[in-house]
Design a protein around this ligand. Structure first.
Ligand code: NAD
Length: 376
């Protein structure tokens, strides 16, 4: 069985879905591995290292895609990539199936068996394959560094001969995987941290990291599988009213709130930004999915009356070596879950295989995706 990874073609994507360490695991499992020349270059992974690990380095993406029984990628494939893949091949990548109807339909019509990392069930057996978590965790860490780099203050309290420096106050909105890592990182840098989430279940986790959990007195808004569900506009209005004073008191606000398959909820309005002190910094990690902050401009920093709003897109790609290593392990674990004795063996009774598979045998097979695409 052949496994291939082309170089990512999405603009600004520096990650790669296979690293030399995972090549070794795949070869060890009896698979033939090919990678496109230069695929790891942006993550400082040289072709030689892939070769030494046992991969064939090919100069053309087309032949890798055409010959592979399984393709491992970071970003969803473009039409030019799908059209050269062989019928019956497996694809594992991020697919954003809720919003990428054309890609999903094209994968189905080309007979590709596509697995979407966004649909992997959040169960303990699948934790080693959970790319959403590994990438969100890195993004949460980096969000704090981006804020620290832009604010004209130190994070920790410092007692110096010239006087005492007050610590920076950081507010993290959304305490999922990214938010919890942001809290931990801001605490390690010495900031005073508070956090807010619609799911009160995270209160203890927030407190165990040494942060204060803000309670607004609004009822629990937990949806299926521990995720947040989409809030009503009335709920979000009340939430903004109550959280406003906490935002105004913060030097740094990091927003990480997402609702799977939906536009990110608006948590911070332009007026709320106006109430912040000049020199404060907001990092909007939801910039890719519409933004949690009204004034966010995806892909750039905005100066809103002295408050800097950071809208960097694809934050995990800014740390491509670590995030590629984690991502590659995630997709390799998922692929090896689908392989027995060196060949594909798809068991659709299995919760992971069934849950993450979007297209198979020419059809869209995932019920959630079917519903989302009909509703869209
Ligand atoms: P996410 O990226 O979908 O959302 C980030 C956070 O934003 C969530 O905590 C969510 O509750 C919060 N949020 C949404 N709307 C909000 C609003 N209006 N105001 C404030 N906060 C809002 O979430 P995620 O990081 O993928 O994690 C979601 C859940 O899945 C968590 O409970 C996490 O612990 C769980 N999880 C489980 C596993 C596993 O068991 N294997 C793995 C990863 C995550």
């Amino acid at each position: 069985m052949k496994v291939g990874t082309p170089k990512e073609i999405e603009q600004g994507e520096r990650r790669v879905a296979m690293v030399p360490d995972t090549v070794k695991s795949l070869v060890g499992a009896g698979l033939e591995v090919s990678v496109e020349a230069g695929a790891g270059a942006a993550a400082n992974l040289a072709d030689d290292a892939y070769q030494q690990a046992g991969a064939k380095v090919e100069s053309r993406a087309g032949s890798i895609l055409h010959e592979a029984d399984a393709v491992l990628k970071v970003q969803a494939p473009r039409e030019s990539e799908i059209s050269v893949m062989r019928k019956g091949a497996v694809l594992i990548s991020f697919l954003q199936p809720a919003t990428q109807a054309d890609t999903v339909r094209s994968l189905a019509s080309h007979g590709i068996t596509a697995f979407s990392l966004e649909l992997l069930p959040r169960i303990s057996r699948a934790q080693s394959m959970d790319a959403l978590s590994s990438q969100a965790s890195a993004a949460g860490y980096k969000a704090v560094l981006m804020a620290a780099d832009r604010i004209g203050k130190l994070f920790p309290m410092m007692m110096t001969a010239a006087g005492t420096v007050a610590p920076t106050r950081v507010l993290v909105m959304g305490a999922g995987v990214a938010g919890l890592q942001a809290i931990a990182t801001a605490r390690r840098l010495g900031a005073v941290v508070s956090a807010y989430d619609v799911r009160p279940a995270v209160k203890e986790e927030v407190q165990s990291l040494g942060a204060t959990f803000i309670e607004l007195g609004l009822e629990s808004q937990e949806g299926q599988g521990g995720y947040a569900r989409e809030q009503s506009e009335e709920f979000l209005r009340k939430q903004r009213e109550l959280i406003g004073e906490h935002i105004a008191k913060s030097d740094v606000v990091i927003t990480t709130a997402a609702v799977p398959g939906r536009r990110a909820p608006l948590l911070v309005t332009g007026d709320m930004v106006k109430a912040m002190r000049s020199g404060s910094v907001i990092v909007d990690l939801a910039a890719d999915t519409g933004g949690n902050v009204e004034l966010t401009q995806p892909g750039r920093d905005v100066d809103a009356g002295g408050v800097v709003i950071v809208g960097t897109r694809n934050v995990p790609s800014t740390m491509p070596l670590t995030t590629s290593q984690l991502f590659a392990r995630n997709v390799t674990n998922l692929l090896l879950h689908l392989v027995k004795n060196g060949a594909l063996s798809l068991d659709f009774q299995d919760e992971i295989t069934k849950g993450a598979c979007v297209t198979h045998n020419g059809e869209i097979v995932n019920e959630r995706v079917k519903q989302m695409l009909t509703a869209a």
